[in-house]
Design a protein around this ligand. Structure first.
Ligand SMILES: C[S@@+](CC[C@H](N)C(=O)[O-])C[C@H]1O[C@@H](n2cnc3c(N)ncnc32)[C@H](O)[C@@H]1O
Length: 192
């Protein structure tokens, strides 16, 4: 897909979406691991449910996305809620975060494998990566249709070999597939 087609696709999805999206489970379940007031980045933030959650939790939040429509919706919501979020329309592949620039980086439902070493390097020492996205093995067809945008078995563990794993979850098709947390993998990992 060409750059302008990609942008048009995301702008129209963000314009049509009814809500700001859902807070990622990896963030909801593990926000207590973040240091109060730390500098956090929501990378490819979409309409910003995660950025708003982190700001409400007392973090100093930066949020970047390719889509001006998404960033506009996030800015309006932050204003309405009285929250300060440093937003920018930014292509994070063309202009990735600087080395050692954040204490926490959250990536949810965005998978650009070539960025993995840059994301790890963008953490400050002691900093945490929170990552959640869809896996290839799934119990329903929610999520992207292209395999390219889905994780292979244990792939999040291999994408960030320099980080120490603190939390990892991937249930695949084990046991009673009507229960549990399916279709995705989550990672919290630390730069030491
Ligand atoms: C599936 S959405 C996920 C949004 C958000 N992280 C969430 O969990 O709701 C993927 C997001 O990636 C953004 N995106 C795609 N390519 C990008 C790029 N090169 N730079 C920045 N954002 C990008 C899209 O605009 C979209 O908001």
């Amino acid at each position: 897909m060409k750059d302008n087609e990609l942008l048009a696709k995301w702008d129209s999805r963000h314009a049509e979406a009814e809500s700001l999206g859902r807070v990622a489970t990896v963030l909801e379940q593990n926000i207590h691991l973040a240091t109060a007031g730390c500098r956090a980045l929501d990378l490819a933030c979409g309409r910003g449910a995660n950025a708003l959650f982190m700001a409400t939790s007392g973090l100093e939040v930066t949020a970047w996305d390719l889509s001006p429509v998404a960033i506009g919706r996030l800015e309006r919501a932050a204003g309405e809620q009285g929250l300060v979020i440093n937003t920018a329309v930014r292509d994070v592949i063309a202009i990735p975060p600087e080395p050692r620039s954040f204490d926490l980086i959250l990536v949810s439902f965005f998978l650009e494998r070539s960025l993995a070493p840059v994301i790890a390097a963008a953490l400050r020492p002691g900093g945490l990566l929170f990552y959640q996205t869809y896996s290839r093995v799934a119990v329903s067809d929610e999520g992207p249709s292209s395999e390219q945008f889905r994780l292979d078995d244990n792939e999040l563990l291999t994408l960030f070999p320099t980080l120490k794993v603190r939390v990892y979850r991937e249930e695949r098709l084990l046991g009673d597939t009507r229960r549990g947390w399916r279709n995705m993998a989550m990672l919290v990992a630390q730069r030491v």
